[in-house]
Design a protein around this ligand. Structure first.
Ligand code: NAD
Length: 493
């Protein structure tokens, strides 16, 4: 159904706006979620004209093969305002344009403010939205903000206070674009729509849970950003802890925004807060060295642009979270993420406990030290989407030898290609006022509390970097971490 709204995109000339936001808005336009009653104001420092802005917007949607008419009609809804976010006068112009577009397109005072720029500007922007009376009284005013949300608990808290001065929590949409991904959303369906899983989803049947977010790319041109962030803050604080929460939460009483958030927060609260010694036992870090993959040599992190030659920043993290509640007591949640790993892939492995006794070839298996392979449920998030379950079956032939068999479901490349992009779904959620797939402040706060402890401990010790070659699945310590509990990574490409 068509939604009426004015989007104001701060940072309208930026990379995110061009690569993600305009194409996603166009997809919503093609589907009729946006039609006649919408307008977009792009604002940034550059002195662009409306016409130039529209040309850029048309350029960004080229790959989606619009007809000339479609591209023209869509881009006609876009307006540009050159604007320095620190300059109060500019907000008066913004108000004037916003009010005028509201009338022209009959937008009912519905406004979405998308802050696609560095977080240091968030405070001043939201204050001006209020002080210059840009916020409407007739419709809704919703704020969409990008990560990173702070760089530790204190800074996030401060940022949150600034924003909450102006917007109530239910109108704040903190983007974690992984939450818009099809298979991340599918975690809940796999769990709560399949009795064979939900009834086993606890410490009686699950031995350990493994979450891998690996990238084959290095730091590329983001060295400057990465030197302040590192893998822990860039990936664990947000995406990985969100996935842990979705995997571990209790069944919500209804599949509503409020109930899900409550359950996710409870999990994050139950994650054990490690002291320094526990951090050192349970979390390891790595930094990539040069390496050769398919005859091509890749340079070490320290040789990348804008990276210090003696940088101690981690490009890899692996760790073990423990959740101290009835359901999960004693079940390690292993996580790992890094750059320049063997291949790009996000996947979750749920490793089930073995049957108490292997009755097949028991004596022989015992003598060989062989155990039955464990059942593993794998959820493939990207690049392929789907899930698989490994079971044990009988090997054809005389006797009762077992062999692993795999039930495998993958979405076809075509379906994956045509499924809505994360940003498209999240923008539509924001239009509907549905915060389910965004991070609530309580989730962000708990995640920072957990991550700060790791960071603070690491900051007091000097790692022996670099410690893994480009093209590998991380340093040896990441394998030892599981081995000391008698476990191993189920995914070893
Ligand atoms: P960018 O540097 O490409 O764009 C920044 C925008 O802010 C530009 O339009 C610039 O003109 C504008 N700007 C900067 N200073 C300004 C000022 N004083 N007044 C007015 N405008 C000003 O950055 P980006 O990659 O688009 O990222 C934007 C935000 O999104 C960042 O917070 C980033 O961390 C986050 N993010 C980006 C991506 C991505 O894929 N690019 C992914 C996740 C999160």
């Amino acid at each position: 159904m068509e939604q009426a709204a004015l989007f104001t995109i701060f940072g309208g000339t930026g990379d995110l706006a061009q690569r993600k936001l305009y194409p996603s808005l166009f997809r919503l336009y093609k589907k009729g979620n946006l039609a006649n009653h919408f307008a977009v104001i792009g604002t940034a420092r550059r002195p662009w004209s409306d016409e130039h802005y529209r040309e850029i917007v048309r350029e960004t949607i080229k790959d989606l093969a619009p007809t000339d008419k479609e591209a023209q009609e869509f881009s006609d809804h876009f307006y540009y305002l050159s604007h320095n976010v620190n300059d109060t006068e500019h907000y008066d112009q913004l108000k004037e344009l916003a009010d005028q577009l509201d009338e022209t397109y009959q937008l009912q005072g519905n406004r979405i403010y998308y802050l696609a720029m560095a977080p240091q500007f968030f405070g001043t922007i939201v204050n001006h939205l209020k002080s210059q009376a840009i916020l409407t009284t007739t419709g809704y005013n919703r704020l969409v903000i990008e990560k990173p949300f702070g760089f530790d608990y204190d800074s996030a808290n401060k940022l949150n206070d600034q924003i909450r001065n102006v917007f109530p929590e239910q109108d704040i949409f903190r983007i974690d674009h992984y939450l818009g991904k099809e298979m991340i959303q599918n975690i809940s369906v796999i769990r709560f729509a399949n009795n064979i899983f939900e009834s086993l989803w606890n410490n009686r049947y699950i031995e350990n849970v493994q979450i891998t977010f690996s990238e084959a790319l290095g730091v590329e041109d983001r060295g400057g950003y990465y030197e302040h962030s590192g893998a822990l803050k860039d990936m664990v604080q947000n995406h990985i802890l969100q996935v842990v929460a979705l995997l571990a939460m209790e069944v919500p009483t209804s599949f509503s925004n409020q109930s899900i958030r409550e359950e996710k927060v409870k999990v994050l609260q139950a994650i054990r807060r490690y002291d320094s010694e526990e951090v050192l036992q349970n979390f390891v870090r790595g930094q990539y060295d040069a390496g050769v993959i398919d005859d091509q040599t890749y340079s070490a992190y320290r040789d990348e642009p804008n990276v210090a030659e003696d940088s101690l920043m981690e490009t890899f993290v692996a760790g073990k979270f423990l959740i101290d509640n009835f359901r999960w007591s004693g079940v390690p949640f292993y996580v790992r993420t890094g750059k320049r790993m063997t291949e790009k892939g996000t996947r979750i492995n749920i490793v089930f406990k073995q049957v108490p006794v292997n009755v097949f070839n028991f004596e022989q298996a015992e003598a060989d030290g062989e155990e039955l392979p464990q059942n593993i449920l794998t959820i493939y998030i990207q690049p392929t989407e789907g899930f698989s379950l490994t079971l044990n079956g009988k090997k054809i032939g005389q006797g009762f030898n077992t062999e692993p068999v795999k039930l495998d479901f993958r979405q076809s490349a075509e379906v994956t290609e045509n499924s809505p992009e994360a940003y498209e779904k999240l923008l539509l959620d924001a239009l509907h006022g549905d915060g389910t797939n965004f991070s609530h402040w309580d989730e962000v706060a708990n995640s920072w509390e957990i991550v700060d402890r790791i960071r603070n401990t690491w900051d007091q010790t000097t790692p022996g970097f670099p410690n893994y070659a480009a093209g590998t699945m991380g340093p040896q310590c990441a394998f030892d971490l599981l081995a000391k509990n008698g476990h191993e990574w189920a995914w070893q490409p």
